[in-house]
Design a protein. Structure first.
Lengths: 424, 234
């Protein structure tokens, strides 16, 4: 499904992703887009390697038995690689419009950078997450982790920062390969060897992962039990009684239930919106020309992600409960949509505030377009979730991707200028 | 008899909460020990500490001479563990699940058949685990724990949710294991079953061992339940 979505989105996203094909800045643009796609691969794989190695459901089964950690690591890595093999394929498809303009070589080079990033993230991700278990258990790093952990248990701090560290290492290596590709296609043969840097980094990561698995794969269980116990102890008291945006629910029990469900079971969506909002803020703060296009692309992309939230909310919210409570299903659907839309405001509001300060009312119309499309998709997603449950995400994901591609296609300089004038 | 499990000064704090204060006891080969105590006594935390699911704040645990903190994977080789809520691969049959456990532990297929029979799963062994009742799941976990005959069997509330014939079957399997020289530590708050099978009772309350006595003194342990301190009183 993601591959099909990429096939549909590639021509639509071309003006934004591959605008350099038409403006004469080919080498700079090729380096920038491969670096970004490579970083995206690294970010996705940093999370997937964590989920598959540290928080995998297999761990609960295997905890009752002795394991051969290196063999297990190999098996997990193979499974992760197979299950996430669509990522570099998606990257290759999104880069495909390069071929008719610049030929096969730059495209193959771009695919090489993306694939290298994916492979590097596979090796580095496992090593870093196992290293995080060592860090979490280390007395020597206790003070450092205490300084970083905020309200989290100390041991969790190591796990929280591990994906970011893996992303940093891989992204640095990808900066070499993307730069190398740009040099190579501009005729400088010294660029080609640089494309191997991520593979080297990934190889070193993989070589370290084996010995780390021997020592820390099994120990991770004790660390996770510790973290979960402490988190439960902390959150069970005051924190869980307070629900984000609870004031919205006055007199609407079905909305209060969805808000509780969202805050207690899908908190990363609520908190993550404000993290994504930082991207929107940066896009709006810049005084470079084309703010309307940037807002449509960046804020639009982030806000449309929230079309995936209603299926998640429906996952932990059984139908029998609605029936037992005698709640009208439409009210529940609307409540889910409202929660998702309210969470998405964390994405939009920082951009709105920054845009009003820097550009005045010129940002209102593009953000209104984003809000309308996000609201529409979220509403449809909520209705689909009623029928399909969590599987609705398999439809809404590609739909949101295509809608985002449509937004970025619309973000032409002419449209941006028209939107900036307020549509007049 | 050789000591298979040696627990010395074991304790565990969660922040300011002292879940396990100080626990000392041992279990020898061929011995059946009941770990008993009221709800919230610290039994499950103690079991987690014994099976390397949790790190102790103080004290040590050795299983067949292996320190569970220093070498948790090595210690697991000597432990057959049945958690209170067993995690199993739902898409496997019991026979496939036990074969998988046997492979992890280096046991033969013949042993798989033996433990399936011992756990009373013979006729249902080819059904998928996702179709099983809680009792059947627990018997599957028991079969996984029995395979390869590890020197120590640790069972956390393993008799909960079992109907009387199933509970009797599990107890019989554990007795057989003891006769073969395996040590059994069964955590439970149901004392009646222990009377028939256990050699010794270790009673914990508020994270401390209140009694470590032969099963013949079970009535004294029963009396202690009513007066057992709660954790808030430590």
């Amino acid at each position: 499904m993601p591959v099909l979505a990429a096939v549909a989105a590639a021509p639509l996203a071309r003006p934004v992703l591959l605008g350099f094909l038409d403006n004469g800045l080919f080498h700079v643009g090729l380096e920038a887009i491969t670096l970004r796609l490579g970083a995206l691969m690294a970010a996705a794989m940093a999370i997937h390697t964590y989920a598959d190695l540290v928080r995998s459901p297999d761990r609960a089964v295997l905890d009752a038995h002795p394991v051969a950690p290196r063999l297990l690591l190999r098996a997990i890595a193979l499974r992760t690689a197979l299950q996430r093999s669509y990522l570099p394929v998606v990257g290759a498809i999104l880069l495909a419009p390069i071929v008719p303009v610049a030929g096969w070589l730059p495209w193959l080079g771009g695919v090489g950078v993306v694939l290298g990033a994916w492979l590097a993230a596979l090796g580095v991700g496992f090593a870093v997450h196992l290293g995080a278990v060592w860090a979490g258990l280390s007395d020597g790093l206790a003070k450092l982790l205490d300084a970083l952990r905020g309200d989290n248990p100390r041991m969790q701090a190591a796990l929280i920062y591990a994906p970011g560290f893996a992303l940093l290492v891989v992204a640095l290596s990808v900066s070499f390969s993307a730069g190398g590709l740009a040099r190579a296609v501009s005729g400088d043969p010294t660029g080609w060897p640089l494309m191997g840097v991520p593979l080297l980094v990934g190889g070193v990561g993989w070589a370290l992962a084996g010995p780390l698995a021997d020592r820390y794969y099994v120990r991770a269980t004790a660390l996770l039990t510790e973290v979960d116990g402490l988190v439960a102890g902390v959150s069970a008291a005051e924190e869980d009684r307070l629900v984000y945006l609870e004031w919205l629910s006055r007199g609407r029990p079905e909305l209060l239930r969805q808000l509780r469900q969202g805050w207690r079971a899908q908190r990363s969506w609520a908190v993550g919106a404000w993290g994504l909002g930082l991207l929107g803020l940066l896009a709006a703060w810049s005084t470079e020309p084309g703010v309307a296009g940037r807002l449509l692309s960046v804020v639009g992309g982030c806000a449309l992600l929230y079309a995936l939230l209603p299926p998640r909310l429906s996952g932990g919210d059984p139908v029998w409960l609605d029936e037992a409570l005698g709640v009208q299903v439409n009210k529940v659907d609307n409540a889910r949509a409202l929660v998702a839309f309210a969470y998405a405001q964390g994405v939009v509001l920082p951009a709105l505030a920054a845009g009003l300060v820097r550009h005045g009312t010129a940002v209102l119309l593009p953000l209104a377009v984003v809000e309308i499309i996000a609201a529409l998709l979220i509403f449809v997603s909520s209705k689909l979730a009623r029928r399909m449950g969590e599987r609705a995400a398999w439809i809404m994901g590609p739909v949101a991707l295509v809608a985002w591609a449509g937004l970025t296609t619309a973000a032409t300089p002419e449209l941006a200028e028209w939107l900036s004038r307020g549509g007049g | 008899m050789a000591e298979v499990l040696q627990v010395d000064g074991l304790g565990r704090d969660f922040g300011k909460v002292r879940a396990v204060d100080t626990v000392d006891f041992s279990v020898s080969a061929g011995e059946f020990v009941g770990l008993v105590g009221p709800n919230g006594a610290g039994k499950s935390t103690t079991i987690k500490l014994l099976t390397a699911q949790l790190l102790p704040t103080r004290g040590s645990v050795r299983v067949a001479g292996v320190d569970v903190v220093e070498d948790p994977n090595g210690a697991r080789r000597h432990i057959g563990y049945v958690p209170e809520d067993p995690s199993l691969y739902e898409y496997l049959s019991a026979r496939e699940m036990v074969s998988f456990a046997a492979e992890l532990r280096g046991a033969s297929e013949a042993e798989v058949e033996e433990v399936l029979d011992l756990a009373g799963l013979g006729a249902d062994a080819d059904r998928l685990i996702r179709e099983y009742s809680q009792g059947m799941r627990r018997k599957t976990a028991l079969a996984c724990a029995l395979v390869a005959r590890p020197p120590l069997l640790v069972l956390d509330e393993a008799l909960n949710g079992l109907d009387p014939p199933s509970a009797a079957r599990v107890v019989d399997a554990l007795k057989t294991a003891c006769e073969r020289g395996q040590a059994v530590l069964l955590s439970t708050h149901v004392l009646d079953t222990l009377e028939k099978v256990a050699d010794r009772i270790v009673m914990v309350a508020a994270g401390r061992v209140l009694a470590d006595v032969p099963v013949t003194e079970l009535d004294r342990v029963r009396g202690m339940f009513d007066d057992a301190p709660t954790r808030g009183e430590t």
